[in-house]
Design a protein around this ligand. Structure first.
Ligand code: NAD
Ligand code: UDP
Length: 343
C-alpha cells in the first residue's frame, strides 16, 4: 500500500469524498488546501464520517517552502492533486488567474515532489480537455482540443506530466479525466457547496427544488440530441472517489504516464436529469427554454473501458442515487445553521 498520501484541495468537493474513501480503505492521508473555495468545517464532518481526525495543513500549492516542509514532516509517499480553480466561465474572464493557480500551482507542486523523490502522482484532469467531439463516446485516444482557458490549463498540466514521465522512468502518473461529478456522501455531511450562484446543472436544479430560484433555464432545446437538450455523462462523486483509490493501486505496479476517463459511459439530457430529480424530490421543477450557451457542446460522454480493464473500476451508482443524494445534501445545507456558514 502506497504509504502516506497528500491530498491537495482536500477540503474541496471531490477531495473530501476521496479522503473518506482512502481513510476507510486504510490509507494514511494529509489534506492540504488554501481554503479559497472551501471551509475547514469539512474537517469536523470528515472526522464524524471516518471516526478519526485527519491531519490538515492550510497552504497554497504555489508556496514551495510550505509544500516541501509538509512533504518532509508528514513523510508523504504519494500525492493526489485536486487543488485548483474549476469554473469554465470565470476562466474566460480571468485566464491568468486560472493559469497561475492551475498550471503554476502544479509546477510548484511537482518541483517540491522532485526534491523529496516522490514518484506517485494522481492529477484531477477533466473531460473538457477533449473539446468538441470528433467522435463519441470519447476514449482516451481522442484528440485534446480544449475550448477554454480552464480546459487548456488541464491539457497543459497533462502535457507537462507526460514530459516529466518521459524524462524519469521512476515516475508513476495518472491523469484522471472526470466527466460530470454530482451527488454527495450518504451521510449528507459533505457535498458540493457552490459559491454564490451555481452555474452547473445539478446544483441549479436543487436550488429550484428548494424554492431558492424561481425556475431553471434550460440552455437550448434544438441540439441534435434525443430530446434537443444538452447531454452529459454524470458520475456520482463517491464512484469518482473510488476511481482514485483504484488508480493508486494501479500505480503501485505501473510506472509511466496514464490517462483514464472516469465516467459512467452513459449520457443523460438536461430534461432527463430534471425528471429524475423531480421523482427523488417529489416536486415539479419549473423551467424555461432559453438560448444556447455560447460555446456549449451539444453532447458528450465517456468510453470507460480503459478504466474498467486496467483499474478494475466502474461506476456503481445510478442517476437515481445521484439525484437522491444531491437532494438530501441540499436540504441539510439549507436548513442547518452549521453548514449555512460555509456558503
Ligand atoms: P473544489 O473547488 O470544491 O475544490 C478545490 C479545492 O482546491 C478547494 O478546496 C480550494 O480551496 C482548493 N484550492 C484552490 N486553489 C488552491 C491553491 N492554489 N492552493 C491550495 N488549495 C487550492 O473543486 P472540486 O469540484 O473538488 O474539483 C477538484 C478538482 O477536480 C479540480 O482540479 C477541478 O478542476 C477538477 N474537476 C472538477 C470537476 C467538477 O465538475 N467538480 C470536473 C472535472 C475536473
Ligand atoms: N445547463 C442548463 N441550465 C443550467 C445549467 C446547465 O441547461 O442552468 C445544461 C448545459 O447547457 C449542459 C448541461 O446542462 O448541456 C450540463 O451543464 P453543466 O454546466 O452542469 O456541465 P458542463 O456543461 O460543464 O459539462
Amino acid at each position: 500500500m502506497a504509504g502516506r498520501i497528500l491530498i491537495t484541495g482536500g477540503t474541496g468537493y471531490i477531495g473530501s469524498h476521496t479522503a473518506v474513501v482512502l481513510t476507510q480503505s486504510g490509507h494514511d492521508i494529509v489534506l492540504y488546501d488554501n481554503l479559497s473555495s472551501s471551509s475547514d468545517v469539512i474537517l469536523d464532518a470528515l472526522k464524524e464520517i471516518t471516526g478519526k481526525p485527519i491531519p490538515f495543513v492550510k497552504g497554497d500549492v504555489r508556496d514551495a517552502d510550505r509544500l516541501v516542509h509538509t512533504l518532509k514532516s508528514h513523510k508523504i509517499d504519494a500525492v493526489m492533486h485536486f487543488a485548483g480553480l474549476k469554473a469554465v466561465g470565470e476562466s474566460v474572464e480571468k485566464p491568468l488567474e486560472y493559469f497561475t493557480n492551475n498550471i503554476q500551482g502544479a509546477i510548484s507542486l511537482l518541483n517540491a515532489l522532485q526534491t523529496q523523490s516522490i514518484n506517485t502522482f494522481i492529477f484531477s484532469s477533466s473531460a473538457t480537455v477533449y473539446g468538441e467531439p470528433e467522435y463519441l463516446p470519447f476514449d482516451e485516444e481522442h484528440p485534446t482540443n480544449a475550448l477554454n482557458p480552464y480546459g487548456r490549463s488541464k491539457k497543459h498540466v497533462e502535457e507537462i506530466l507526460q514530459d516529466i514521465a518521459s524524462s524519469n522512468p521512476a515516475l508513476r502518473i495518472a491523469c484522471l479525466r472526470y466527466f460530470n461529478p454530482v451527488g454527495a456522501h450518504e451521510s449528507r455531511l459533505i457535498g458540493e457547496i457552490p459559491k454564490g450562484n451555481p452555474n452547473n446543472l445539478m446544483p441549479s436544479i436543487a436550488q429550484v427544488a428548494m424554492g431558492d430560484r424561481e425556475e431553471l433555464c434550460v440552455f437550448g432545446d434544438d441540439y441534435p440530441t434525443s430530446d434537443g437538450t444538452g447531454v452529459r455523462d454524470y458520475i456520482h462523486v463517491m464512484d469518482l472517489a473510488e476511481g482514485h483509490a483504484a488508480s493508486l493501486t494501479f500505480l503501485e505496479s505501473n510506472t509511466g504516464w496514464h490517462a483514464f476517463n472516469l465516467g459512467s459511459g452513459t449520457g443523460y439530457s438536461v430534461m432527463e436529469l430534471i425528471h429524475a430529480f423531480e421523482k427523488e424530490a417529489n416536486c415539479t421543477i419549473p423551467y424555461r427554454i432559453t438560448e444556447r450557451l455560447a460555446g456549449d457542446i451539444a453532447e458528450y460522454y465517456s468510453n470507460p473501458d480503459k478504466a474498467a480493464k486496467l483499474l478494475g473500476w466502474k461506476t456503481k451508482r445510478n442517476l437515481k442515487k445521484m439525484c437522491a443524494s444531491t437532494w438530501k445534501k441540499t436540504k441539510l445545507t439549507l436548513y442547518s445553521s452549521d453548514t449555512i456558514s460555509q456558503k
